[in-house]
Design a protein around this ligand. Structure first.
Ligand code: SF4
Ligand code: SF4
Length: 328
C-alpha cells in the first residue's frame, strides 16, 4: 500500500480520533466537575474513556466513508439517545452520579429555546446548540438530538418516505413563534417552575404521539419537520455554516431520492432547482438512493469528496463527544 493510499484511508479516522480526544481532554481538564462518567466511578478512568471514545470516532468515520448508510446513522443516533435517557432515568431514580450537575431540565428540544427565556439564565444548551450549528449546520437534527433520534426510528419503520401536508409546515412556524412567547408569558405571570414544567412535558408528550402515530405511518420525520421549534431554528441558523447538499448535472430527475429523504427536503421542485429544501439536515441518506451519483456535500471551494470527509470528521467527533458527556 503506498503512502498516499494509507493517508487517504486512515487520515480521516486519525483526524476524528484526534479531534474527539482533544475535545474530551479539554472538557476533562476545564469542566467545574467530573464530566466523564468513568471518572465518577474510578478516579483517573476518564483517560481510558477518552481513549475508547476517540477510537470509536476513528472507526465510525471509516465505516461512514465506505458509503452513506441510513441504517448506521439512525442506529448510532438511537444508541446515543438510549445512553442519554438511561442516564437520565438512573439519575432521577436517585443515582445522581448519572446526572450532569443535579440542576435538572426537561429533555424536550423546545425547552432549549424556552427554558433560558423563562429562567432568564442557564444558557448552556442554547450555546451548545449554536456551536454545533456553526460547525455542522442543521446536522444537530440528524445526528445529535436526543429526541429526534426517536422520530428517525419511527419514520424508518416504513421503507419509503411519503410527502406530508403543508399544514405541518405552518404548524411548526406557529410553534416556533409560540415557544418563546409562552416562556415570556409564564415568566411575566410568575408561573412557578413545576406548572411551567408541566407545559413543557405536555408538549413533549404530544410530540412523542406525533412520532408514534404519524411519522411511523408517513415514513417522514413529521415531528422534526412539522412540530419541533428547535428543528426550525437549526434549519434557519444552519445557513451560517457553509455546508450544503447540492444536486449535480448528472441528475435525471428520477425521484428516487425523494423517497429516501425522511426530512421532506427533496420534492420535485427542489430537485428541479438542484438543491434540497429548508428542512434538509445534511444527513446524507439520499446519497444511497441516487444511481447517478448526483448528490454531494459542498463546503466553500472544497471538492465534494473533501467536503464530505470534513463533514464526517466533524459530525462523528461531535457524536462521540456527546456520547461521553451529554447528560442532564
Ligand atoms: S427537529 Fe427537534 S426533535 Fe427533531 S432532531 Fe431537531 S431538535 Fe431534535
Ligand atoms: S436532502 Fe438528503 S441530506 Fe438533506 S435531509 Fe434529505 S436525505 Fe438528508
Amino acid at each position: 500500500m503506498d503512502t498516499d493510499t494509507v493517508g487517504i484511508r486512515y487520515g480521516s479516522s486519525i483526524a476524528a480520533a484526534a479531534l474527539t480526544g482533544s475535545l474530551l481532554v479539554v472538557v476533562k481538564l476545564t469542566a467545574p466537575y467530573e464530566m466523564l462518567l468513568a471518572d465518577r466511578f474510578v478516579a483517573g478512568a476518564g483517560w481510558l474513556e477518552i481513549a475508547l471514545l476517540a477510537t470509536y470516532a476513528g472507526w465510525l468515520v471509516r465505516k461512514f466513508r465506505k458509503g452513506a448508510d441510513p441504517r448506521l446513522r439512525v442506529g448510532i443516533w438511537l444508541m446515543f439517545s438510549i445512553v442519554f435517557f438511561t442516564q437520565f432515568i438512573l439519575g432521577v431514580s436517585g443515582l445522581d452520579r448519572f446526572l450532569l450537575s443535579g440542576a435538572l431540565h426537561i429533555p424536550v428540544p423546545a425547552v432549549v429555546i424556552a427554558g433560558p427565556i423563562y429562567r432568564a439564565g442557564r444558557f448552556f444548551m442554547p450555546i451548545l446548540f449554536l456551536s454545533t450549528v456553526v460547525l455542522v449546520g442543521p446536522a444537530w437534527c440528524s445526528y445529535l438530538c436526543y429526541i429526534g433520534a426517536w422520530d428517525g426510528f419511527c419514520s424508518a419503520r416504513k421503507r419509503r418516505a411519503t410527502p406530508i401536508s403543508t399544514g405541518w409546515t405552518a404548524l411548526r412556524v406557529g410553534i416556533f413563534v409560540a415557544t418563546p412567547a409562552t416562556a415570556i408569558v409564564l415568566r411575566v405571570a410568575g408561573v412557578a417552575g413545576r406548572p411551567a414544567g408541566f407545559v413543557a412535558i405536555g408538549f413533549g408528550v404530544a410530540g412523542a404521539a406525533v412520532m408514534a402515530f404519524v411519522s411511523s405511518r408517513a415514513g417522514t420525520m413529521v415531528h422534526c419537520t412539522g412540530v419541533c421549534p428547535l428543528g426550525l431554528a437549526g434549519n434557519l441558523l444552519g445557513k451560517i455554516s457553509p455546508f450544503r447538499i447540492r444536486i449535480g448535472n448528472s441528475c435525471t430527475e428520477c425521484g428516487r431520492c425523494t423517497a429516501a429523504c425522511r426530512y421532506g427536503a427533496l420534492d420535485a421542485a427542489h430537485i428541479a432547482k438542484r438543491k434540497p429544501g429548508l428542512t434538509c439536515t445534511l444527513c446524507g441518506d439520499c446519497f444511497v438512493a441516487c444511481r447517478e451519483d448526483a448528490l454531494a456535500y459542498r463546503y466553500l471551494r472544497m471538492s465534494p469528496e473533501s467536503a464530505r470527509i470534513l463533514f464526517l470528521v466533524l459530525i462523528v467527533s461531535l457524536h462521540a463527544v456527546f456520547l461521553g458527556v451529554a447528560r442532564i
